[in-house]
Design a protein around this ligand. Structure first.
Ligand SMILES: *Cc1c(COP(=O)(O)O)cnc(C)c1O
Length: 425
């Protein structure tokens, strides 16, 4: 996401924060809070930044496989599908979503360390582009499932290049100690094994070293190791069709220095220059993170020593990142006008019975009960990680497109929350 796309999609006009042409107070009024709000223009320009950066790749066009887990709403998948995107999925549920949104199964890669046989059958029947296989048992199970169905499963091995992505340990995935992928040293013999299994077609190679990466150097280092391996495989007659360098590009949440997509990809593209393999990428956060915000309202203010609390109607069940990773999200007033109340330093917290239920620490804001607030950069790993903890219905989601508001997920009802439960006989 480039800064310019964000600023055009989210702008203050007079005192009122707008998403594209729509004033946010109208969204709060019409759909209630908490509510996720996305900008179609911001989603589109984030995708187009990747397309533009990859346009110069000679030979086969690159394939951008949006990592569905970052935000799996059907309307978001639809926006990307219409732009020609492929998808990176990690479950049969995500595959079903891609298909329901009109995504092309022929552009789907299936990642994840624990695919079930049922998920393998589902993906084989759908005709996905590739299984990103993460272990020996998975390779063997997939071979068996493919033979049962009389098919050939297209596979990549997810190779762990053992580089340090230098990001939060919970979102770093490329070290030897991580649960993901097969060790670099084991890859050659495993490819030989895969090539010999009758139910498999060796198609590519894949790596993904972590998330919220701001420095392209680790990804370029991983790419260099990967292409070395690809050449070693070719020397043995195992010729790969694609190289999938994963996702992970970071976004600006606060004041991080974030390279543009073109700057981030340049060292990777340099490694890939003159290569015949198709390049695949699996960006998630960088396509959706700065295209969405969480709209909430101040429920009440608790002023006191040593802290002031602003209790809002969104909570950790709606946006888990602060509680989970101590992540920082900008919190701004939707309307800056009106009678100014004195600014104070607030702990912005939700109503959930957990001390970890906070959305922001020590934020200087001038607040009154009822004020709508926007929690920025919430488009990735926001709604997707939400839960019903404390029996809270999950938030509504709204897509803004120019001057139009589309409800793309209505707020859950309380009745729905326990409709699948039953009393004892
Ligand atoms: C999570 C994930 C991605 C997307 O990561 P982002 O940091 O959101 O870009 C891509 N590929 C795999 C295998 C993943 O697990």
């Amino acid at each position: 996401m480039t800064a310019s796309a964000t600023t055009t999609a989210f702008s203050r006009r007079g005192s009122i924060l707008h998403v594209e042409e729509v004033p946010l107070p109208e969204v709060a009024e019409r759909f209630g809070t908490p509510c996720y709000v996305y900008s179609r223009a911001a989603l589109t320009s984030a995708y187009q930044a990747y397309q533009a950066a990859l346009a110069d790749r000679a030979g086969r066009p690159a394939l951008i496989c949006y990592a569905v887990k970052a935000n799996s709403n059907l309307a978001i998948l639809d926006v990307f599908a219409r732009l020609g995107a492929g998808f990176d999925i990690v479950s049969g549920g995500e595959l079903a979503r891609v298909l329901a949104a009109g995504g092309d199964p022929g552009k789907v890669v299936f990642s994840g360390v624990g695919k079930s046989r049922a998920e393998m059958r589902q993906a084989l029947a759908a005709g996905i582009l590739c299984f990103n296989v993460e272990s020996v048992p998975e390779l063997e199970t997939l071979n068996a499932v493919a033979i049962e169905l009389g098919r050939q499963a297209p596979v990549s091995l997810r190779v762990n290049p053992d580089v340090d992505a230098r990001t939060h340990p919970y979102i770093s995935t490329g070290l030897k100690s991580a649960k993901f992928g097969v060790p670099f040293e084991a890859a050659l013999p495993l490819y030989r094994r895969a090539a010999a299994l009758p139910g498999l077609t060796v198609r590519g190679i894949d790596c993904h070293i972590g998330s919220q990466l701001l420095d392209p150097a680790p990804a370029a280092e991983a790419a260099t190791k990967i292409v070395g391996l690809v050449d070693a495989l070719a020397a043995e007659g195992i010729v790969l069709h694609h190289i999938d360098l994963g996702g992970g590009m970071g976004i600006r949440y606060r004041d991080e220095t974030v390279p543009s997509v073109a700057e981030y990809l340049a060292p990777l593209l340099a490694v890939m220059r003159d290569r015949q393999e198709q390049l695949l990428l699996e960006p998630g956060r960088s396509l959706v993170g700065n295209a969405g915000l969480l709209l909430t309202r101040v429920a009440l203010l608790k002023h006191g020593e040593p802290k002031n609390f602003a209790v809002v109607d969104a909570a950790m069940n709606d946006l888990a990142r602060p509680a989970l990773y101590d992540a920082w999200h900008e919190i701004v007033k939707v309307s800056d006008g009106g009678t100014p109340t004195p600014a104070r330093v607030y702990e912005v917290v939700g109503p959930i019975c957990e001390s970890g239920d906070f959305l922001g620490h020590a934020r200087e804001l001038s607040l009154a009960p009822g004020d709508p607030l926007a929690i920025m950069s919430a488009g990735a790993y926001g709604m997707a990680m939400s839960s019903n903890y404390n029996t809270r219905p999950r938030a509504a989601e709204v897509m803004i497109d120019g001057d139009r508001m589309h409800l793309i997920r209505r707020r859950e009802t309380l009745a729905e929350l326990f409709a699948s439960e039953s009393l004892l006989p």
